[in-house]
Design a protein around this ligand. Sequence first.
Ligand code: BJW
Length: 243
Amino acid sequence: MPLRPDLIDILRDEAAPIVILTGAGISKESGLHTFRDPDGIWAKYDISDVATPDAFVNNPDLVHHFYNDRRAALLDSNIQPNAAHHALARLETEWPGDVLLVTQNIDDLHGRAGSKNLIHMHGELLKIRCNHCDLLTAWADDLAKETACPACGKAGGLRPHVVWFGEMPLEMDRIYAALGDCGLFMSIGTSGNVYPAAGFVQVAHEEAGAETVELNLEPSTGATLFDHSTYGPATELVPAFVD
Ligand code: BJW
């Protein structure tokens, strides 16, 4: 069912808490690749080669190469937040209730657009951490297997601060608490293939009785779980929703 225009007015009057989940589709029109579209990242790389803890043990050079390349792409001056990122930052400022933005994206475009109440549940490309100590810091230089940790001095432990398959996504307690208390759950630019994020719509529906909305280029895997769906490019749909 398409979005009812009056629904937003009702939710605004109630100052309903909102939880928004975003995926790679929201950054596509900024020039970053999605994962599962025909020209996506998984068409060029095998997930098991670059996005699992075993991949990092078996071939750290390839994993570092993969993320060093993606950092270089993100830091290209042509890559900027788009109208959808900016619209969500505006929503956070203007909505009378709480707005929590949960992104699966490891790029920093939501933060650059001004979103503040933001969780990077799959980590952040521009941060690194050490497997040998508790260092978590801003990325400075391209990483290699031989790079020594600036805190503990050991080599081989520095890794991208990202969540690979089989690892626990970040800040799940805070996310589930917000899902259990929201009046509106929106999913934007995600294919709904990766859990636990793909299950958030059911949590919001069953635990909070929230209205659920999908904005995506095409129906996601879980499209039928949403109360309302609108399809098209994020740079058109998200500003139209917010303004
Ligand atoms: C546009 C557009 C435009 C294009 N405008 N739209 C059941 C429960 C719990 C876990 C599992 C489960 N079943 C299986 C699991 C395990 C596994 C999993 O989900 N496997 C599936 C493949 C089946 N999950 C995990 O291992 C996760 N950890 C975990 O579960 O821990 C235990 C746990 C259990 C229970 C509760 C809590 C925890 C970890 C998942 C880590 C994902 N990591 C990656 C890569 C690392 C980061 C990186 O390198 O970037 O994260 S995989 C990749 O997929 C990346 C993304 O964040 C993620 C999601 O992709 P996304 O964003 O949806 O992108 P696409 O490409 O798939 O879709 C883009 C969409 O945009 C498309 O629909 C387009 O149409 C659309 N689009 N242009 C609007 N212009």
